[in-house]
Design a protein around this ligand. Structure first.
Ligand code: ADE
Length: 319
């Protein structure tokens, strides 16, 4: 049976991690799961220990100031996690709810984290699907689509054991972290080698299926560096809505797909839906463009998007 084989493997293979005590403490489980989002186990360990030392209970964390929490979080990144962590600690009436559904209602707890806490801390049969689990299951079943979260969740629910659901959740993540790794997985050490569909097909490396990177179109424009005699640069404000809404820009020609640029200095930038190539050109002030005059040393006081910073940097240097 899938779960038995997985749990047997886990008994000998699992790492000794500070949040894996025999007696489960929901606060510890929650704190570790929030910290482990987008962050590696090795990075998290010292932070986890420091937090527990400073705030041994969730009540203590709720009573801390947000500034103190943010200071301790420094270096872990994605600071909205720390803000939600603090908000969640404050909003808990007394104890953590125990079901996946109720946990999802708390700040910063999404479907994955809710299922992880429900199973690990409370032994509930909940299927936690993170990147590790998607990889393991995508290979095991040779799932043909990228990011098959719903599919994996449904299949996992049929594989959950009667008991030890928390160990099952951690074991599957552990298999993904230690054996079924993204690159050159250690299939010889895998308890599921002979059943793994991707392995039998000789296509382990082709799963999970990657999200198709869509080919982006390229738009072209000429940006005008218009300088006043005293060195000030003409900037204008973009319309309030749409791409880079309300931010400042150097005047440009319309951004168009079907044109070629001349041979002047060029910068490239990629937006979500298109690549952008811009030729930077000096232009004397003919009054054609309206805007404000900004001295180069004052640029830091304006909301300039990265693409405009690139243009200005090249423009000030080359022209
Ligand atoms: N990544 C996310 N949750 C984890 C856990 N409980 N143990 C190890 N790695 C993890």
């Amino acid at each position: 049976m899938f779960s038995e084989r997985l749990l047997t493997w886990y008994e000998t293979a699992q790492r000794d991690l500070p949040w894996r005590s025999k007696i489960k403490n929901p606060y510890h489980t929650w704190l570790s799961e929030i910290m482990l989002q987008q962050t590696t186990v090795a990075t998290v360990i010292p932070y986890f220990k420091k937090f527990l030392q400073k705030w041994p209970t969730v009540e203590a964390l709720g009573k801390a100031s947000l500034d103190d929490v943010l200071v301790e979080w420094q270096g872990l990144g994605y600071y909205s996690r720390a803000r939600n962590l603090h908000k969640c600690a404050q909003s808990l009436a007394k104890e953590f709810p125990t079901t996946e559904e109720d946990l999802t209602k708390l700040p910063g707890i999404g479907p994955y984290t809710a299922a992880a806490i429900a199973s690990i801390a409370f032994g509930q049969s909940a299927a936690a699907v993170d990147g590790n689990v998607i990889r393991v299951m995508s290979r095991y079943y040779a799932l043909p689509t990228p990011k098959p979260i719903g599919e994996v969740k449904n299949r996992l629910i049929t594989l959950l054991p009667q008991k030890r659901c928390g160990d099952f959740t951690e074991a599957l993540m552990e298999l993904g972290a230690l054996v079924c790794t993204p690159k050159t997985p250690f299939c010889q050490e895998c308890p599921f080698q002979r059943d793994c569909t991707a392995y039998r097909l000789g296509e382990v490396e082709n799963f999970p299926v990657k999200v198709q990177k869509q080919k982006l179109p390229t738009r072209y424009a000429t940006a005008f560096m218009i300088r006043r005699e005293d060195g000030a640069l003409l900037l204008r404000k973009r319309p309030p809505h749409g791409l880079l809404g309300g931010m400042m820009e150097v005047p440009t020609t319309p951004w168009e797909e079907n044109r070629k640029l001349g041979g002047g200095p060029t910068i490239r930038h990629t937006f979500t839906h298109f690549h952008f190539e811009v030729e930077v050109s000096a232009l004397s002030d003919t009054g054609l463009f309206e805007g404000i005059w900004v001295h180069p040393e004052e640029l830091k006081n304006y909301a300039l998007p990265t693409v405009m910073k690139k243009i200005i940097k090249v423009g000030l240097k080359a022209l």
